[in-house]
Write a protein that binds this ligand. Structure first.
Ligand code: GLC
Length: 566
């Protein structure tokens, strides 16, 4: 397969509950998305990825699905969905659904049946285990093993009726499906085919490197300062993960054209990613890896580590080199699980918010891979001012806070400092459409307050201003569509030891692009080889005045092009 369409594509992610509310209940919905499709199409993106819109108790905002083949009534109906799909297709874009099948909701009928008793026909569709040997079921420490859940507390929930426990890597309302059972896999494939037959164009697969577990479920190494062990080594990239994805490919995607499969894989290594995305192996098209968004994390989860640009460049450089020949990567700064990038690695103050947002966008988009734009990123939306834990809605933030403060004795203010910087709710405040109350997101009370900076940061203002972040993203996306070196060019990292500048080239045939981003609030000269020639080259894109002699202004990015004639 030579150069599939998604190599030159850009994806826009919608988090439906925070995008646009058409009926005033404070929660975004499908009609709200339909009303705003022109905003998305106007950016020039190729694909829309919808975070989950299936029926769900919303314990984890829809990542706990209670029916895979319907639409959550708060979001609308299947008829609304079909209208949305048609609207996306009419505008020449594709629609990718979220596929959340490592776990279901505990309210899914599969789990309800599984829980009904030890001899239920669906008992083995989930991970049920007895108490640890010699322990009284339901007593502290009697869980089948010591794994902690990602959202705090044990990864096991006791079911008094049957005297057994079920596994949940995420919340207790997200029981893990047992992929060892072929009936589970066939049920998932049938559901996926149902959506593809309806016209959707692919799937973003939630934590899909968690589906194969080490079936002996051994204790994990205790986490420092925690009552729980780390189960990651036994549930990440397990022994049958490749096999399951190959089987899924055969049962669902083989024989269909133009699909997109994106595998969210926390903890995936470059070597494994090459295997997952090697087209010859027919598993998935691209991975969503986490190394670069974990760059500021250390051994202690409740400490903030400042960004070291050299480390970030090391990570991106390793991924670019590792997937240069075989395989494909996604490129993202933001999604519904990450804080806003301009607040994280840029400067979200009034002076440099827009300029640093553009610099970050350009540096990311000009790597090799498929870029993702998360709603509001194209406006330079910022983190929100959360004061106390009561301001957070996210189950992860609340669960981790409870574990750290109540059970591990951490100082509340230390935990809050980290949640304010990294908490997922930063990404989930409502989309800022205009300067009317609640940013035009809803006429009711939004489920999470709107960021107070909306009178200034909003889509209407951005559309009017030719220098806005929105129009800069449009230019970036157009550059990917028109300049083959952006899609296919060889990547070379420059200045790997520089803590201030992020610089690289992309080369294809006689064309070379040079990208330099200034990650500081100071003026910096780029000391690169051939600087004099580059300073004379064609300046394709920048976010400040054209520099002289490669002296970059604070947060400036420059993209130059040179074409050598044979
Ligand atoms: C993924 C989702 C995240 C969710 C988790 C469990 O990481 O992106 O939002 O909480 O999986 O489904």
């Amino acid at each position: 397969m030579e150069n599939p369409w998604w190599h030159s594509a850009v994806v826009y992610q919608i988090y439906p509950r925070s995008f646009a509310d058409s009926d005033g209940d404070g929660m975004g919905d499908l009609r709200g998305i339909i009303d705003h499709l022109d905003h998305i199409a106007g950016l020039g993106v190729d694909v829309v990825w919808l975070s989950p819109v299936y029926p769900s108790p919303q314990d984890d905002n829809g990542y706990d699905v209670s029916d895979y083949q319907d639409i959550e009534p708060v979001f609308g109906s299947l008829a609304d969905f079909d209208e949305l799909l048609a609207g996306v297709h009419e505008r020449g874009m594709k629609l990718v659904m979220d596929l959340v099948v490592n776990h279901s909701s505990d309210e899914h009928r599969w789990f309800v049946e599984s829980r009904a008793g030890r001899d239920s026909a669906k008992r083995d569709w989930y991970w049920w285990r007895p108490a640890r040997e010699g322990m009284q079921p339901g007593t502290p420490g009697a869980e089948p093993n010591n794994w902690g859940s990602v959202f705090g507390g044990s990864a096991w929930e006791y079911d008094p009726a049957s005297g057994e426990y079920y596994l949940h890597i995420f919340s207790r309302k997200q029981p893990d499906l047992n992929w060892e059972n072929p009936e589970v896999r066939e049920a998932v494939y049938a559901m996926m085919n149902w959506w593809l037959d309806r016209g959707v164009d692919g799937f973003r697969m939630d934590v899909i490197d968690h589906i194969s577990k080490d079936t002996s479920l051994p204790d994990g190494v205790p986490r420092p300062g925690s009552a729980y062990g780390d189960g990651g080594p036994y549930w990440l990239n397990g022994p049958r993960n490749h096999e399951f994805l190959r089987e899924m490919h055969q049962r669902v995607f083989a024989g269909r054209d133009a699909m997109l499969t994106v595998a969210e894989m926390p903890g995936v290594t470059v070597q494994e990613a090459v295997l997952y995305t090697d087209p010859a192996r027919r598993e998935v098209d691209m991975v969503f890896q986490f190394d670069h968004v974990w760059v500021d994390r250390g051994a202690d989860p409740w400490l903030l580590y400042p960004l070291r640009l050299t480390t970030l460049k090391g990570i991106f450089g390793r991924w670019q080199a590792g997937l240069a020949e075989v395989g494909w990567n996604s490129l993202y700064w933001n999604n519904h699980d990450q804080p806003r990038i301009v607040s994280r690695f840029g400067d979200d103050g009034p002076r440099y918010r827009e300029r640093s947002a553009k610099m970050l966008g350009a540096v990311l988009h000009l790597h090799r891979g498929t870029p993702y734009v998360y709603q509001g990123e194209e406006l330079g939306m910022t983190n929100a001012p959360f004061a106390t834990i009561a301001d957070f809605r996210d189950i992860e933030a609340i669960g981790q806070y409870t574990q750290a403060v109540t059970h591990e004795g951490r100082a509340p203010e230390d935990v809050l400092t980290v949640l304010r910087a990294r908490g997922r709710d930063n990404a989930r405040t409502p989309m800022q459409w205009d300067a009317t109350p609640n940013a035009g997101f809803t006429t009711g009370t939004p489920w999470l307050p709107v960021n107070p900076n909306y009178p200034e940061v909003n889509a209407v203002a951005a559309a009017k201003d030719p220098d806005s972040v929105y129009h800069f993203y449009r230019a970036l996306i157009e550059l990917r569509h028109t300049e083959p070196a952006v899609v296919h060019g060889d990547f070379t990292m420059l200045l790997p030891n520089d803590e201030r500048l992020y610089a690289f080239t992309r080369a294809l045939g006689g064309t070379t692009l040079l990208v330099i981003g200034n990650f500081t609030g100071g003026t910096v000269r780029a000391e690169i080889d051939d600087a004099a020639a580059w300073a004379e080259a064609e300046l394709l894109l920048t976010n400040a005045a054209a520099p002289r002699d490669l002296v970059l202004e604070p947060w400036q990015v420059v993209v130059y092009r040179r074409v050598s004639r044979p």
